[in-house]
Ligand binder design. Structure first.
Ligand code: FAD
Ligand code: SF4
Length: 337
């Protein structure tokens, strides 16, 4: 690991000042915030992230780790741990898709350390990004090329990517957030702002090293999820190579409001398929007003994956994505809610 200077921020104002050069969305930012450290320290040890300065924001826990469930919304402090959020009674009862996306992620030890803010900003698991002996990686070294395009790309993205980078977004919690129309609260040098969670991660578009729309110095301070009649009938289905301690090959976050057997409203997020947690609005629209049977679920899943583009190793992914979504929809329809 390269030498770096370390400072602690005891409140959000100090974090914003300390982190004003974070260029947080960029992989080569000279300053990084340290929350749980479970992504950052790994990538610093691998020499992938090379910050000259690390600003420890664990001190923000006192003010930014609370979880509040009201009739209008769920508010999650960004410094709340994955474990504490997954076992919160209000989350378990009214937003099971969020609880499950966290319970099925990583390991118990990691979930105790890791925070929600750090979770949504975790980096891709593309092996060529994480191993600096591969020279070509536009995300790590802009302009160098993309090794994955012509090499092992079994777990790479099929939606929303271009030839500058085909890496997939690996997290689970973010898939639930995008399905439920969540917003992110950001605190930065010019104050506080809310953005739609869907706009936090940016597409590669030739610059995959710029991963988010965060402004310099901005800290994620909270997530807000609006309450809706669909949140109780919701679930997260994760398909992976082994049943524990593994990232998703494919996943679906599904929330349904049913009127008898017919769908009044549906919310669908897909994981493992795209450069970011992916909202499948075309699939949602196809379900409205129809009974949730296998045929209609497959029609929706086909629409969700219609734009898929594969690269050899991941040719199986669109079919896996469709089957994941069909199963998730039918399971959600059968839930007691
Ligand atoms: P950190 O490592 O502290 O930070 C990560 C990044 O976010 C850094 O760039 C940091 O500067 C930035 N950051 C952190 N907090 C903020 C903030 N509030 N505002 C602005 N920037 C911030 N995740 C899954 O979803 N599913 C899995 O199955 C899964 N499996 C895993 C298996 C292993 C072996 C490991 C090591 C990780 C796995 N993870 C998985 C990822 C894990 O969940 C993340 O590492 C963790 O959530 C990151 O949170 P953190 O608080 O430790 O972030
Ligand atoms: Fe790098 Fe993206 Fe290509 Fe992986 S897919 S090698 S992260 S540019």
């Amino acid at each position: 690991m390269r030498p770096f200077s370390y400072e602690r921020a005891s409140d959000v104002q100090r974090a914003v000042i300390g982190g004003r050069e974070t260029r947080q969305g960029q992989t080569d930012a000279p300053v990084q915030f340290l929350a749980g450290g479970t992504t950052l320290i790994d990538l610093m040890k691998l020499d992938v992230l090379r910050p000259a300065r690390v600003v420890d924001i664990k001190g923000l826990k006192a003010a930014h780790a609370s979880i509040e469930a009201t009739p209008q919304r769920l508010r999650l402090g960004a410094l709340a741990s994955m474990a504490a959020t997954a076992r919160h009674p209000g989350v378990l009862r009214d937003y099971p898709v969020i609880a499950e996306s966290l319970q099925l992620a990583a390991s118990a030890q990691l979930r105790n350390m890791a925070t929600l803010g750090g979770n949504v900003l975790q980096r891709t698991r593309c092996p060529y990004y994480r191993d600096t002996s591969w020279a070509e990686c536009n995300k790590r070294d802009p302009g160098s090329g993309c090794t994955a395009l012509k090499s092992f790309n079994r777990n790479h993205a099929v939606l929303g990517v271009d030839d500058s980078c085909i890496s997939q977004y690996p997290g689970d919690f973010a898939v639930a957030l995008v399905a439920l129309d969540a917003a992110v609260e950001l605190t930065g040098p010019t104050g506080r702002r809310m953005i739609a969670f869907e706009t936090l991660h940016r597409p590669p578009q030739g610059k995959p090293n710029v991963e988010t729309t965060l402004m310099p110095g901005e800290v994620i301070t909270a997530f807000e999820v609006p309450a809706g009649p669909w949140t109780r009938r919701s679930l997260y289905l994760k398909i992976r190579d082994r049943s524990s301690y593994e990232f998703a090959l494919s996943s679906a976050a599904v929330a349904l409001d049913l009127n008898g057997g017919a769908v009044r409203q549906a919310r669908i997020g897909l994981g493992g398929m795209a450069y970011r947690p992916w909202r499948a609005k075309e699939a949602e629209a196809l379900l409205v007003g129809r009974p949730l049977n296998e045929g209609n679920a497959m029609a929706a899943a086909t629409a969700a994956l219609a734009g898929a583009r594969t690269h050899g190793g991941n040719d199986f992914k669109p079919e896996l994505g469709r089957r994941t979504l069909v199963r998730a929809l039918l399971q959600a329809a059968a839930m007691e809610a």
